[in-house]
Write a protein that binds this ligand. Structure first.
Ligand SMILES: N[C@@H](CCC(=O)N[C@@H](CSC=O)C(=O)NCC(=O)O)C(=O)O
Length: 280
């Protein structure tokens, strides 16, 4: 497992670094970013995994969310993977659209050719990347997970499917019910095939009903988000949680849109939420 350094920047007394490595899960080279707070110089620190949305790489969150100041204060590392496998030989959307293929892995394990060979972002985020991170950096196995939009869907699904693996979970404007919105239906048809019964294990609203662990969900959603009604549908998440008696804090934020301006406005509160659970 060799890591090639792509970038290193001092930040709030710690380090923001980017690394390239070969992913055996995805069958291609991948770049991820890690923020190591100053406390990591004295011993292992807990880690928040951040999953970004459509069109993003590891860079969007690290450059736009402004998370480093609070992560340094709280002593939390943040790991931001890319949002899909990439490179020559990794199939992309033949139409070149932004919501499928490169930059749009949806954090599932594809079962449908030609995507099944590389598009295994679920396994990469749950297994390969944490194994690499925990072996290579001064971080502990105390993990939290969060994300935005497609990455919010990824964070919620991953936490729900892996009881005990994450101490806390949160999301910004998650795609809450991907089996019933245009982004999700397009992605799941391409990655998982036409049989919609196979889609349910990748849908937060479906997973909530049978969750073996009632890990509280913290979700922020902008009321001025242009994707609110057609794609994100937080009310479906609220209904699913109410039916299953699953703890949910859904905060509708007046005037906020879907952008990183929104994320930057509330990231400190999410980091504090995760820090409280990671300290236990
Ligand atoms: N029409 C836009 C759509 C892309 C977009 O809004 N991407 C969001 C995530 S959306 C859901 O997963 C994003 O985070 N963009 C990157 C950013 O830095 O803001 C387009 O074509 O770009």
């Amino acid at each position: 497992m060799s890591l090639e350094t792509v970038a290193a920047n001092r930040s709030f007394g710690g380090w923001h670094k980017r690394f390239r490595h070969h992913s055996t899960t995805l069958g291609c080279d991948m770049v991820f970013a890690i923020y190591l707070p100053p406390q990591a110089e004295h011993g292992p620190v807990p880690v928040l995994y951040w999953l970004s949305g459509l069109t993003c790489t590891d860079e969007n969150f690290m450059q736009k969310a402004g998370a480093q100041r609070m992560a340094a204060e709280l002593g939390i590392a943040i790991v931001a993977p890319d949002t899909s496998p990439r490179g020559e030989g990794v199939p992309d959307d033949p139409e070149g659209s932004y919501d499928f293929g490169h930059g749009a892995g949806f954090y599932v394990n594809a079962t449908h050719a030609p995507f099944d060979k590389h598009y295994r972002m679920y396994d990469y985020v749950v297994s390969e990347l944490p194994t690499l991170v925990e072996a290579s950096f001064p971080v502990s196995d105390a993990r939290a997970i969060s994300g935005h939009s497609m990455g919010g869907h990824g964070a919620l699904v991953i936490a729900l499917k892996n009881p005990g693996r994450y101490r806390s979970v949160s999301a910004f404007a998650p795609i809450a019910n991907p089996t019933d919105c245009p982004w999700g239906r397009k992605a799941f048809t391409g990655y998982l095939g036409e049989d919609e019964t196979a889609w349910r294990e990748w849908d937060t609203c479906a997973l909530i009903a049978e969750a073996p662990e009632r890990l509280p969900l913290l979700v922020d959603q902008g009321e001025a988000d242009p994707f609110l009604e057609d794609q994100l549908r937080p009310q479906r998440l609220a209904q699913a949680c109410e039916r299953a008696n699953h703890p949910l804090t859904l905060r509708m934020q007046p005037g906020y849109d879907h952008s990183y301006y929104f994320i930057a406005s509330f990231i400190d509160e999410h980091l504090r939420h995760h820090a409280a659970a990671l300290r236990r």
